[in-house]
Write a protein that binds this ligand. Structure first.
Ligand code: A3P
Length: 329
């Protein structure tokens, strides 16, 4: 569980290069360039990895797939699901709990990153439950994920807070680590975000797709909101554990296990761990763990967006979600 993995990035194939040339390409809200494939904007190497993951990943019924848009609380969800599913192996107050020494991204890997490093990774020896994360839309998930009846958990967040979180991310990560990060002013970045041109965007399209699937297949897909986790983490932890088929026993509930997990994975606790203050991860570039812990609040957009910006994005999202039963505000 080393936080920095030394990886070799595979050369892109000619077929993929041809596909890439044929796709619309734009400057995104934060990243540049982005390529538009089947309704979603990707960075080139991420699209290539997502396609490999879609073609080759073989899901098992015991797998757990965590799906999110970037900056919607992926790090938090990873820690919660890892803590819930490993609670018989590591009691939450265990001094050797992996989350005390490993960033959540080190215990739950992204499939896009696994398949970026190796198009045919051997994942067969990973013991169940295998927990993976992804930012791809439901339609890009491998057929085996859709048919295996494995558990999917989708976490969404208010797009205004996603934008603000992304904007800050783009400003704190050193450009030499992410050459594709660009310096554009917040107004221009926001305009692009409202058009959905952001990594894995539009985030509201992605949320809507997972929402519809969660209504259709509630036993397979659990749909969560960042704001609900913040409002009442204990009842959301119960929902997650029930969905995963490992509900908290009354003994656990009386013994405070739910509260212990909430505390272990709380923003304050994770942010202040040495590993998350000073450690580093290798995504497509080196990223310091501390960038995943900024404020962890609901409504920070109010400090950044003008009322007219907020109104504009609200209207875009409201229009898109109209009649679906889903709200993201
Ligand atoms: P902010 O930038 O608004 O603070 P992701 O993990 O998908 O990259 O999302 C990052 C966002 O989740 C950041 O939001 C980060 O601070 C917040 N976050 C990370 N860990 C959290 C936790 N344990 N509890 C609440 N929010 C958390």
């Amino acid at each position: 569980m080393d936080s920095v993995q030394d990886v070799q990035v595979l050369p892109e194939s000619n077929d993929f290069q041809e596909l890439l040339q044929s796709l619309p390409c734009e400057r995104g809200a934060i990243f540049h360039p982005l390529h538009f494939y089947k309704g979603i904007w990707y960075r080139a190497h991420v699209l290539e990895a997502a396609m490999a993951f879609q073609q080759h990943f073989q899901a098992r019924v015991t797998d757990i797939i965590l799906a999110t848009a970037p900056k919607s609380g992926t790090t938090w969800l990873k820690s919660l699901v890892f803590a819930i599913t490993h609670r018989s192996q590591y009691t939450v107050t265990d001094k050797s709990h992996p989350l005390l020494t490993t960033n959540p991204h080190g215990v739950v890997p992204f499939l896009e990153i696994i398949y970026r490093n190796n198009k045919f990774p051997d994942l067969t020896s990973t013991p169940p439950p295998r927990i993976y994360a992804t930012h791809v839309p439901y339609s890009m998930l491998p057929e085996s994920v859709k048919t295996s009846k494995c558990h999917i958990i989708y976490l969404c967040r208010n797009p205004k807070d996603i934008f603000v979180s992304m904007w800050h991310f783009g400003n704190v990560v050193p450009a030499e680590n992410f050459p594709s990060l660009q310096s554009i002013n917040i107004e221009e970045s926001f305009e692009r975000f409202c058009k959905g041109i952001e990594m894995f965007g539009p985030c509201w399209e992605q949320a809507l797709e997972y929402w519809k699937m969660s209504v259709e297949k509630p036993e397979e897909i659990l749909f969560l909101k960042f704001e609900d986790l913040k409002a009442d983490i204990n009842s959301q932890l119960k929902r997650i554990a029930e969905h995963l088929g490992c509900p908290f026993s009354s003994e656990e509930q009386n013994g405070g296990v739910i509260e212990d997990i909430a505390n272990l994975c709380s923003f304050e606790h994770l942010r202040n761990l040495e590993v998350n203050k000073t450690g580093k991860l290798f995504f497509s570039q080196v990223v310091e763990n501390n960038v995943f812990f900024r404020k962890g609040e609901v409504g920070d957009w109010m400090n950044i967006l003008t009322p007219s910006m907020a109104e504009k994005l609200d209207q875009v999202v409201k229009h898109k979600l109209h009649g679906s039963g889903l709200t993201l505000n």
